[in-house]
Design a binder for this molecule. Structure first.
Ligand SMILES: O=C(O)CCC(=O)C(=O)O
Ligand SMILES: [Fe+2]
Length: 322
Protein backbone atom coordinates (compact mmCIF):
# COMPACT_ATOMS: atom_id res chain seq x y z
CA UNK A 1 0.00 0.00 0.00
CA UNK A 2 1.12 3.52 -0.71
CA UNK A 3 1.06 6.64 1.35
CA UNK A 4 -1.66 9.15 0.33
CA UNK A 5 -4.65 8.86 -1.96
CA UNK A 6 -4.45 9.32 -5.67
CA UNK A 7 -7.00 10.01 -8.39
CA UNK A 8 -10.02 9.64 -6.10
CA UNK A 9 -12.89 8.59 -8.28
CA UNK A 10 -10.98 9.12 -11.53
CA UNK A 11 -10.66 6.45 -14.14
CA UNK A 12 -7.72 4.19 -13.35
CA UNK A 13 -5.39 3.99 -16.30
CA UNK A 14 -4.01 0.52 -15.77
CA UNK A 15 -5.24 -2.05 -18.27
CA UNK A 16 -6.78 -4.43 -15.75
CA UNK A 17 -8.80 -1.61 -14.22
CA UNK A 18 -9.67 0.43 -17.25
CA UNK A 19 -13.43 0.15 -16.78
CA UNK A 20 -13.49 1.01 -13.09
CA UNK A 21 -13.25 4.29 -11.25
CA UNK A 22 -11.06 2.90 -8.54
CA UNK A 23 -8.48 4.43 -6.24
CA UNK A 24 -5.16 2.89 -5.40
CA UNK A 25 -5.20 1.03 -2.08
CA UNK A 26 -3.72 3.48 0.34
CA UNK A 27 -2.63 3.83 3.92
CA UNK A 28 -1.91 7.19 5.49
CA UNK A 29 -1.23 8.34 9.03
CA UNK A 30 -2.92 11.55 10.22
CA UNK A 31 -1.89 12.06 13.84
CA UNK A 32 -3.13 9.00 15.71
CA UNK A 33 -5.46 8.06 12.86
CA UNK A 34 -4.61 5.41 10.33
CA UNK A 35 -6.65 5.97 7.14
CA UNK A 36 -6.91 2.79 5.07
CA UNK A 37 -8.41 3.31 1.60
CA UNK A 38 -10.62 0.51 0.31
CA UNK A 39 -8.98 0.45 -3.12
CA UNK A 40 -12.48 0.87 -4.57
CA UNK A 41 -14.19 3.95 -5.97
CA UNK A 42 -15.22 5.12 -2.48
CA UNK A 43 -14.54 4.06 1.10
CA UNK A 44 -11.87 4.06 3.77
CA UNK A 45 -11.56 2.65 7.28
CA UNK A 46 -10.12 4.86 10.00
CA UNK A 47 -8.40 3.11 12.89
CA UNK A 48 -6.81 4.45 16.02
CA UNK A 49 -9.45 6.89 17.21
CA UNK A 50 -12.00 6.63 20.03
CA UNK A 51 -14.98 8.73 18.93
CA UNK A 52 -16.54 8.73 22.40
CA UNK A 53 -13.87 11.34 23.31
CA UNK A 54 -13.93 14.88 22.01
CA UNK A 55 -11.73 15.14 18.91
CA UNK A 56 -9.21 17.93 18.66
CA UNK A 57 -9.37 20.31 15.67
CA UNK A 58 -6.66 18.38 13.83
CA UNK A 59 -8.77 15.23 14.17
CA UNK A 60 -11.84 16.98 12.75
CA UNK A 61 -9.75 18.38 9.87
CA UNK A 62 -8.34 14.95 9.12
CA UNK A 63 -11.88 13.53 8.88
CA UNK A 64 -13.02 16.34 6.56
CA UNK A 65 -9.98 15.64 4.39
CA UNK A 66 -10.66 11.91 4.34
CA UNK A 67 -14.33 12.57 3.49
CA UNK A 68 -13.17 14.57 0.47
CA UNK A 69 -10.83 11.80 -0.61
CA UNK A 70 -12.97 8.74 0.08
CA UNK A 71 -16.59 9.92 0.48
CA UNK A 72 -17.55 7.09 2.82
CA UNK A 73 -15.67 6.42 6.08
CA UNK A 74 -15.90 3.57 8.57
CA UNK A 75 -14.61 3.76 12.14
CA UNK A 76 -14.71 0.19 13.45
CA UNK A 77 -15.22 -0.99 17.04
CA UNK A 78 -16.71 2.17 18.54
CA UNK A 79 -18.78 2.29 21.74
CA UNK A 80 -20.92 5.41 21.83
CA UNK A 81 -23.88 6.77 23.72
CA UNK A 82 -26.51 8.72 21.78
CA UNK A 83 -25.09 11.91 23.33
CA UNK A 84 -21.57 11.06 22.14
CA UNK A 85 -22.90 10.30 18.65
CA UNK A 86 -24.62 13.70 18.51
CA UNK A 87 -21.54 15.51 19.88
CA UNK A 88 -19.25 13.86 17.31
CA UNK A 89 -21.69 14.56 14.43
CA UNK A 90 -22.07 18.22 15.42
CA UNK A 91 -18.36 18.79 14.78
CA UNK A 92 -19.13 18.64 11.03
CA UNK A 93 -22.06 21.06 10.87
CA UNK A 94 -25.54 21.82 12.15
CA UNK A 95 -27.63 18.75 12.90
CA UNK A 96 -31.10 18.35 11.51
CA UNK A 97 -33.99 17.90 13.91
CA UNK A 98 -36.66 16.17 11.94
CA UNK A 99 -39.75 17.82 13.42
CA UNK A 100 -42.32 15.55 11.85
CA UNK A 101 -40.56 12.30 12.49
CA UNK A 102 -40.93 9.90 15.37
CA UNK A 103 -38.17 7.65 16.73
CA UNK A 104 -36.08 10.41 18.19
CA UNK A 105 -33.82 9.80 21.16
CA UNK A 106 -35.47 11.07 24.38
CA UNK A 107 -33.94 14.46 25.16
CA UNK A 108 -31.68 14.33 22.05
CA UNK A 109 -34.00 14.86 19.08
CA UNK A 110 -31.00 15.12 16.69
CA UNK A 111 -30.50 11.37 17.13
CA UNK A 112 -32.93 9.15 15.27
CA UNK A 113 -33.34 5.37 15.45
CA UNK A 114 -33.48 3.16 12.37
CA UNK A 115 -34.65 -0.33 13.28
CA UNK A 116 -37.00 -3.20 12.48
CA UNK A 117 -37.24 -4.16 16.17
CA UNK A 118 -40.73 -4.12 17.67
CA UNK A 119 -41.04 -3.96 21.47
CA UNK A 120 -44.39 -4.59 23.20
CA UNK A 121 -46.09 -4.23 19.82
CA UNK A 122 -44.41 -0.89 19.07
CA UNK A 123 -41.66 -0.29 16.50
CA UNK A 124 -38.60 1.26 18.17
CA UNK A 125 -37.33 2.85 14.94
CA UNK A 126 -37.95 3.75 11.35
CA UNK A 127 -38.03 0.27 9.75
CA UNK A 128 -37.58 0.97 6.05
CA UNK A 129 -35.58 4.20 5.88
CA UNK A 130 -33.54 4.74 2.75
CA UNK A 131 -34.44 1.49 1.01
CA UNK A 132 -34.03 2.84 -2.51
CA UNK A 133 -31.38 5.01 -4.18
CA UNK A 134 -31.34 8.62 -3.00
CA UNK A 135 -29.27 11.25 -1.33
CA UNK A 136 -30.59 12.72 1.86
CA UNK A 137 -32.37 16.08 1.94
CA UNK A 138 -32.06 16.93 -1.76
CA UNK A 139 -35.76 17.83 -1.35
CA UNK A 140 -34.81 20.50 1.18
CA UNK A 141 -33.66 24.09 0.64
CA UNK A 142 -30.80 23.34 2.98
CA UNK A 143 -29.28 20.15 1.60
CA UNK A 144 -27.44 17.51 3.63
CA UNK A 145 -23.67 17.45 3.99
CA UNK A 146 -23.17 14.15 5.77
CA UNK A 147 -24.82 11.22 7.49
CA UNK A 148 -23.45 9.68 10.66
CA UNK A 149 -24.76 6.20 11.42
CA UNK A 150 -23.75 4.03 14.38
CA UNK A 151 -24.42 0.29 13.96
CA UNK A 152 -25.52 -1.28 17.25
CA UNK A 153 -27.17 -4.49 16.01
CA UNK A 154 -26.52 -5.87 12.55
CA UNK A 155 -28.38 -8.92 11.18
CA UNK A 156 -26.24 -11.92 10.20
CA UNK A 157 -27.25 -15.06 8.31
CA UNK A 158 -24.87 -17.99 7.85
CA UNK A 159 -22.05 -15.77 9.10
CA UNK A 160 -22.74 -13.08 6.50
CA UNK A 161 -23.78 -9.56 7.43
CA UNK A 162 -27.11 -8.44 5.94
CA UNK A 163 -28.55 -4.95 5.57
CA UNK A 164 -25.59 -3.40 3.73
CA UNK A 165 -25.52 0.25 2.71
CA UNK A 166 -24.62 0.76 -0.95
CA UNK A 167 -23.12 3.92 -2.41
CA UNK A 168 -22.48 5.38 -5.85
CA UNK A 169 -19.83 8.00 -6.65
CA UNK A 170 -21.36 11.15 -8.17
CA UNK A 171 -18.03 12.87 -8.87
CA UNK A 172 -17.05 9.91 -11.05
CA UNK A 173 -20.57 9.84 -12.57
CA UNK A 174 -20.19 13.50 -13.57
CA UNK A 175 -16.69 12.96 -15.01
CA UNK A 176 -17.98 10.06 -17.10
CA UNK A 177 -20.84 12.01 -18.76
CA UNK A 178 -20.30 12.77 -22.46
CA UNK A 179 -18.76 16.24 -22.89
CA UNK A 180 -21.65 17.53 -25.00
CA UNK A 181 -24.14 16.51 -22.32
CA UNK A 182 -22.12 18.24 -19.58
CA UNK A 183 -22.21 21.36 -21.70
CA UNK A 184 -25.91 21.10 -22.51
CA UNK A 185 -27.01 20.50 -18.92
CA UNK A 186 -24.68 23.06 -17.31
CA UNK A 187 -26.75 25.78 -15.65
CA UNK A 188 -29.93 23.68 -15.55
CA UNK A 189 -31.74 22.89 -12.32
CA UNK A 190 -33.58 19.86 -10.96
CA UNK A 191 -36.78 19.82 -8.93
CA UNK A 192 -36.63 17.44 -5.94
CA UNK A 193 -39.66 16.29 -3.94
CA UNK A 194 -39.94 14.44 -0.62
CA UNK A 195 -43.26 12.87 -1.61
CA UNK A 196 -41.75 11.11 -4.65
CA UNK A 197 -39.71 8.73 -2.47
CA UNK A 198 -42.51 8.35 0.10
CA UNK A 199 -45.10 7.31 -2.48
CA UNK A 200 -42.64 5.01 -4.32
CA UNK A 201 -42.04 3.14 -1.03
CA UNK A 202 -45.79 2.69 -0.55
CA UNK A 203 -46.46 1.72 -4.17
CA UNK A 204 -43.43 -0.44 -5.03
CA UNK A 205 -41.97 -1.70 -1.76
CA UNK A 206 -45.07 -2.52 0.27
CA UNK A 207 -44.15 0.08 2.91
CA UNK A 208 -46.76 0.48 5.63
CA UNK A 209 -46.06 4.21 5.93
CA UNK A 210 -49.33 6.14 5.62
CA UNK A 211 -49.63 8.72 2.82
CA UNK A 212 -48.33 12.14 3.79
CA UNK A 213 -51.11 14.39 4.97
CA UNK A 214 -51.86 17.63 3.17
CA UNK A 215 -50.18 19.51 6.03
CA UNK A 216 -47.05 17.33 5.80
CA UNK A 217 -46.89 17.78 2.03
CA UNK A 218 -47.31 21.54 2.31
CA UNK A 219 -44.53 21.64 4.90
CA UNK A 220 -42.15 20.12 2.34
CA UNK A 221 -42.88 21.62 -1.07
CA UNK A 222 -40.53 20.50 -3.88
CA UNK A 223 -37.36 22.60 -4.26
CA UNK A 224 -34.81 23.11 -7.04
CA UNK A 225 -31.02 22.81 -7.04
CA UNK A 226 -28.43 23.05 -9.81
CA UNK A 227 -28.02 19.77 -11.67
CA UNK A 228 -24.25 20.05 -11.20
CA UNK A 229 -22.76 21.27 -7.94
CA UNK A 230 -19.16 22.11 -7.13
CA UNK A 231 -18.17 19.78 -4.34
CA UNK A 232 -17.19 21.87 -1.31
CA UNK A 233 -14.43 19.47 -0.23
CA UNK A 234 -12.85 18.65 -3.57
CA UNK A 235 -13.75 21.51 -5.90
CA UNK A 236 -14.83 18.91 -8.46
CA UNK A 237 -18.18 18.83 -10.26
CA UNK A 238 -20.89 16.50 -9.00
CA UNK A 239 -24.01 15.13 -10.66
CA UNK A 240 -26.58 16.26 -8.07
CA UNK A 241 -29.62 14.21 -9.04
CA UNK A 242 -30.97 10.99 -7.58
CA UNK A 243 -33.73 8.50 -8.43
CA UNK A 244 -35.39 8.90 -5.01
CA UNK A 245 -36.24 12.58 -5.07
CA UNK A 246 -35.42 14.11 -8.47
CA UNK A 247 -38.65 14.84 -10.37
CA UNK A 248 -37.97 17.21 -13.19
CA UNK A 249 -35.29 19.14 -15.06
CA UNK A 250 -36.94 22.53 -14.95
CA UNK A 251 -35.46 23.91 -18.17
CA UNK A 252 -36.60 20.98 -20.38
CA UNK A 253 -40.10 20.17 -21.64
CA UNK A 254 -41.58 17.34 -19.58
CA UNK A 255 -41.04 14.45 -22.04
CA UNK A 256 -37.41 15.46 -22.58
CA UNK A 257 -36.90 15.91 -18.87
CA UNK A 258 -38.33 12.42 -18.21
CA UNK A 259 -36.05 10.87 -20.82
CA UNK A 260 -32.98 12.75 -19.57
CA UNK A 261 -33.64 11.83 -15.93
CA UNK A 262 -34.14 8.18 -16.90
CA UNK A 263 -30.77 8.31 -18.68
CA UNK A 264 -29.04 9.98 -15.72
CA UNK A 265 -30.52 7.53 -13.19
CA UNK A 266 -29.24 4.59 -15.23
CA UNK A 267 -25.88 6.27 -15.81
CA UNK A 268 -25.28 7.08 -12.15
CA UNK A 269 -25.97 3.54 -10.93
CA UNK A 270 -23.43 1.77 -13.14
CA UNK A 271 -21.42 -0.80 -11.26
CA UNK A 272 -18.16 1.04 -11.92
CA UNK A 273 -19.26 3.88 -9.61
CA UNK A 274 -20.50 1.60 -6.82
CA UNK A 275 -19.21 0.72 -3.37
CA UNK A 276 -20.89 -1.48 -0.75
CA UNK A 277 -20.46 -1.10 2.99
CA UNK A 278 -21.09 -4.37 4.85
CA UNK A 279 -21.74 -3.51 8.46
CA UNK A 280 -20.07 -4.86 11.58
CA UNK A 281 -21.53 -4.13 15.01
CA UNK A 282 -19.73 -1.12 16.46
CA UNK A 283 -19.13 0.54 13.09
CA UNK A 284 -19.51 4.30 13.05
CA UNK A 285 -20.07 5.36 9.45
CA UNK A 286 -19.84 8.87 8.13
CA UNK A 287 -20.45 9.62 4.49
CA UNK A 288 -20.80 12.86 2.59
CA UNK A 289 -24.10 13.30 0.76
CA UNK A 290 -23.11 15.75 -1.98
CA UNK A 291 -20.77 13.52 -3.96
CA UNK A 292 -22.51 10.21 -3.26
CA UNK A 293 -25.96 8.63 -3.41
CA UNK A 294 -26.92 5.62 -1.26
CA UNK A 295 -29.33 2.74 -0.81
CA UNK A 296 -30.14 0.64 2.27
CA UNK A 297 -30.33 -3.02 1.19
CA UNK A 298 -33.50 -4.69 2.55
CA UNK A 299 -32.30 -8.31 2.44
CA UNK A 300 -33.15 -9.28 6.05
CA UNK A 301 -36.37 -10.49 7.64
CA UNK A 302 -38.48 -9.13 10.52
CA UNK A 303 -36.75 -11.45 12.99
CA UNK A 304 -33.27 -10.50 11.83
CA UNK A 305 -32.76 -7.42 13.90
CA UNK A 306 -30.98 -4.26 12.81
CA UNK A 307 -30.51 -1.26 15.10
CA UNK A 308 -28.81 1.94 14.02
CA UNK A 309 -28.63 5.39 15.60
CA UNK A 310 -28.29 8.24 13.18
CA UNK A 311 -27.55 11.96 12.88
CA UNK A 312 -27.97 14.16 9.81
CA UNK A 313 -25.40 16.92 9.28
CA UNK A 314 -26.68 19.81 7.14
CA UNK A 315 -24.65 21.57 4.43
CA UNK A 316 -25.63 25.15 5.30
CA UNK A 317 -21.98 26.06 6.01
CA UNK A 318 -21.21 25.27 2.36
CA UNK A 319 -24.53 25.96 0.62
CA UNK A 320 -26.84 28.47 2.30
CA UNK A 321 -30.51 27.62 1.64
CA UNK A 322 -31.38 28.75 -1.88
O1 LIG B 1 -29.91 2.24 7.01
C1 LIG B 1 -29.13 2.50 6.11
O2 LIG B 1 -28.27 1.69 5.72
C2 LIG B 1 -29.16 3.84 5.45
C3 LIG B 1 -30.48 4.53 5.65
C4 LIG B 1 -30.50 5.90 5.04
O3 LIG B 1 -30.79 6.08 3.89
C5 LIG B 1 -30.12 7.05 5.86
O4 LIG B 1 -29.81 6.89 7.04
O5 LIG B 1 -30.11 8.15 5.32
FE1 LIG C 1 -30.55 8.15 3.32
Amino acid sequence: MREGADCSGKRADSLEDSTHYTMARTMARRGNMKVIGSGETLGAAIEGVDLSRRLDEAGVDAIFKALGEYGVLRFPRQTLTARQLADFSARFGDLEINVASAYQEPGIPEVMTLSNIVESGKPIGFADAGQSWHTDMSYSKTIAFANVLYGIRIPFRDGRALGATEFSNMQAAYDDLPADLKERLAGMTVLHGFNKFWEMMRREKGSKRPPLTEVQRKARPPVSHPIFLTHPLTGRQVLYANPGYSMRINELPEPESDAMLAFLFEHQLQQKFRYTHRWQEGDLMIWEDIGTIHNAVADYGPNEHRLIKRCQVMANRFFPAN
